[in-house]
Structures are given as structure tokens and as C-alpha cells.
Design a protein around this ligand. Structure first.
Ligand code: GDP
Ligand code: MG
Ligand code: K
Length: 295
């Protein structure tokens, strides 16, 4: 007899920097979500799809939950809340570092959630047994319906067990996407994500949060991929910092990004980057829409 096909949505939620993107990449087995040590790296929802013969698991990585104090953050919060709506399994990620805020609005929404919740306590490589046990007890009282699994996404500890539990919790369903699909995001999206990651790593303070990256050209032939990317910032002073003395800063960022893009597509890449000032793009609805944020 033929085995019934299973498929479902697994949404990864939690506060910034607890390790959601690192976990997502472990679960999907490809480097599809960008990771840095700064908060707010993941602005959009990113999906990663794992296919086997009789199962399709659609993981999605969400931006960290943030209190909206300007329009961009409001839009990012929408992505997180929508992650609660369509989940078959919720992976609520916390770590051994963050202080638990029981009154947090998002946590209260999670408490009302009806789908199965795996509460993943990440970064256990940074703590000891006694502290971890105390943390487990605390979480048991906050989210009694959740199954608590201590993990280390970075050192790949207990990740196979998470995969196994997710697979067991998948409902019977035909696949939602083509079975050879890796992700729902097009190639250009990965280019902007990689460039943004390098900007986050290279520049200090407000620069990473003041910029948006747009890929204007993505042209592939047999030999190479030609990419033109635009870095949009808010002020002339920021443009100066991004470009740097004699263009050195932008050159470095471009070189780092190109290396990663080449590794991602396994192809030679010619990357051109330009910087443009668009005053207050973060507060302008039409600009945000053009960049793909849902408002
Ligand atoms: P996100 O904001 O929740 O998506 O978190 P990221 O995946 O971007 O990770 C934030 C930081 O935590 C990065 O510097 C990761 O390398 C680090 N990190 C993630 N998982 C672990 C872990 O298991 N152990 C340790 N020590 N660090 C981790
Ligand atoms: Mg992330
Ligand atoms: K992050």
C-alpha cells in the first residue's frame, strides 16, 4: 500500500538573536537565512523547504519580535504575527541568555496558540546542567502546553531530535510547493540578504538599520552572473560612510559579498554596487511597499 503524503508549515519565532536563523539553516541544511550577532537581521519571512519522498516540510524564519517604533518595525512585527496564523507546528526559540519577560505581548499570543509548540532552549553550550534545569522548570510554568527541547543550533546538538519531532507532527497533506523547490524566494532575494549581512558586519551603529539593498540587475550566462546592487540610505552623511575614504569601505563590503554570492550560486560573480540617498525611506509607505514589506 502507498504511504500517505505529509506536509505542513513549521514557523520559527522568538526574540532577536536567540538563534532562529542558525537553527533554520540547520533544519533545512542549506545556508539560506542570514546570520549575524546583531538583532533585526532577518526582516522578511524566509521559507526553506525540506522534501523527502513522502513528506514536505515548509520552515519559515521570521524577524525577531520587536516593539514597533517606526514603520519598518511595525511591518516586521506583522511578519511575526502572521507566523502564528498559518503554523502546523510552532518552534518557539529562546536561549539561555535572554531574560524571560512573561508579560511580553508576543509570548501571550503564543500561549493562546492551538498548534503543537516545541519550545527550544538554544545555546546550551553556554550554560551548565543546573542552570538549564532551572530554566526548563521556569518555562514549564509559562508554556505548559509546549514540549521543551534543549538544543545548540551552533554545535548541532539535539537538532536531529527536533527534526524527528517535527516530522512526527506533520499532518497528512499533499505538498504545498513543487517537490524540487528549495525556497519560495527568488535568487535576487538571496543576493540582497548576503549584501545586507556584510553591511551589518562591516558598519557600526545606525548604518545597517538605515539602509536597504535593491538588486537592479541579475543577469546570468554560462560563465558568470552579473549583478548590479543599489544600497539606499537616508542621508548624504551615511552615503559618505558607506562608500568610505577613496571608496575603500564599499570595496571591502563588495568583495566580501561577492565571495559569499559566488559560493551560494557556485558560479563566478561580477558585482557592482552603488549608493543612493532616499530621504526617510523607512517612514514612507510607498517605498516600503516597493521593497516588499507588507503594510
Ligand atoms: P536570530 O536573530 O534569532 O535569527 O539569531 P541568529 O541565528 O542570527 O544568531 C544570533 C547569534 O547567536 C549569532 O552570533 C549565532 O552564531 C549565535 N548562536 C546561534 N545559535 C547558537 C548556539 O547554539 N550557541 C551559541 N553559543 N551561539 C549561538
Ligand atoms: Mg534571524
Ligand atoms: K540576528
Amino acid at each position: 500500500m502507498e504511504k500517505k503524503h505529509k506536509s505542513g508549515f513549521v514557523n520559527i519565532v522568538g526574540n532577536p538573536n536567540v538563534g532562529k536563523s542558525t537553527l533554520m539553516n540547520r533544519l533545512v541544511g542549506e545556508r539560506i537565512s542570514i546570520i549575524t550577532s546583531k538583532a533585526q537581521t532577518t526582516r522578511h519571512r524566509i521559507m526553506g523547504i525540506v522534501n523527502t519522498e513522502d513528506m514536505q516540510i515548509v520552515y519559515s524564519d521570521t524577524p525577531g519580535v520587536l516593539r514597533p517604533n517606526y514603520k519598518l518595525q511595525e511591518s516586521m512585527l506583522n511578519f511575526s504575527e502572521s507566523a502564528l496564523d498559518d503554523a502546523d507546528v510552532l518552534l518557539y526559540v529562546t536561549d539561555v541568555i535572554e531574560t524571560i519577560d512573561k508579560n511580553e505581548e508576543f509570548l501571550q499570543q503564543v500561549q493562546k496558540e492551538k498548534c503543537p509548540i516545541l519550545l527550544l532552549i538554544n545555546k546550551i553550550d553556554l550554560t551548565d546542567q543546573a542552570k538549564l534545569e532551572a530554566l526548563v522548570q521556569e518555562w514549564k510554568s509559562i508554556l505548559p502546553q509546549a514540549e521543551i527541547i534543549p538544543i545548540s543550533a551552533l554545535s548541532n546538538f539535539n537538532i536531529d531530535y527536533v527534526k524527528q519531532r517535527v516530522a512526527e507532527l506533520m499532518p497528512e497533506s499533499p505538498p504545498y510547493f513543487e517537490k524540487d523547490a528549495l525556497t519560495d524566494k527568488p535568487a535576487r532575494f538571496f543576493v540582497t540578504e548576503i549584501i545586507r549581512e556584510k553591511i551589518l558586519l562591516y558598519y557600526q551603529k545606525e548604518i545597517p538599520y538605515a539602509v536597504e539593498v535593491v538588486v537592479e540587475l541579475f543577469k546570468e550566462d554560462d560563465e558568470m552572473i552579473h549583478i548590479k546592487a543599489l544600497i539606499i540610505c537616508e542621508r548624504d552623511s551615511q552615503k559618505g560612510i558607506i562608500i568610505g575614504h577613496k571608496g575603500q569601505a564599499l570595496k571591502k563590503v563588495g568583495a566580501m559579498a561577492r565571495k559569499d554570492i559566488e559560493r551560494f550560486f557556485e558560479k563566478k560573480v561580477f558585482l557592482e554596487m552603488f549608493v543612493k540617498v532616499e530621504k526617510d525611506w523607512r517612514n514612507r509607505d510607498n517605498m516600503l511597499r516597493a521593497f516588499g514589506y507588507r503594510l
